[in-house]
Design a protein around this ligand. Structure first.
Ligand code: FES
Length: 156
């Protein structure tokens, strides 16, 4: 007989959000908030809890770039790569971030403090270029401004 190890957190979130197909996204979002990423095991456990296929859960998780399926740093920087930001100097800002933190897009610093990702438009085009650090937006970025912002996070 298969031994199933209960995943208390998944169960708790299913109790909170329900066990229908519509519950999938809020459960995955909460798991990312709690664990900072979605582990394979959590996705399998969510599938079991909602009685849907694991492929369905993996598909949803990988479709939404905000649902991380890898371990990320304490501070996840998502710089917008869409056209308004690109035209307003996003590349210079990105280069400054990479040089300051010594990581490239897609990487996490060795102390697990920062991850650097690109994202599609985050809705701040009128104040481009923009980025998020976790849930906090930073706009009208310049290399100087982003250096200041990162300095504060490095100190934390
Ligand atoms: S294009 Fe960058 S925030 Fe919209």
């Amino acid at each position: 007989m298969e031994t199933i190890i209960e995943n208390e957190l998944v169960r708790e979130l299913a109790n909170k959000h329900g066990r229908t197909r519509d519950s999938l996204l809020p459960i995955l979002q909460d798991l990312v908030v709690r664990n900072r990423y979605l582990s394979r095991q959590d996705m399998v456990d969510v599938a079991r809890e909602l009685d849907i296929s694991a492929a369905d859960v993996f598909g949803t998780a990988t479709f939404y770039s905000f649902l991380d399926t890898e371990v990320r740093g304490k501070y996840v920087i998502r710089i917008c790569k869409t056209i308004s930001c690109a035209m307003k100097g996003k590349n210079d800002v990105l280069t400054t971030i990479e040089e300051t933190l010594k990581i490239r897009v897609g990487e996490t610093s060795s102390d697990r403090k920062f991850s650097l990702l690109e994202t599609n438009c985050i809705g701040w085009c009128h104040k481009a270029p923009a980025m998020l650090i976790n849930d906090t937006p930073y706009t009208e970025l310049t290399p100087e401004k982003v250096t200041e912002i990162l300095r504060e996070y490095i100190k934390k």
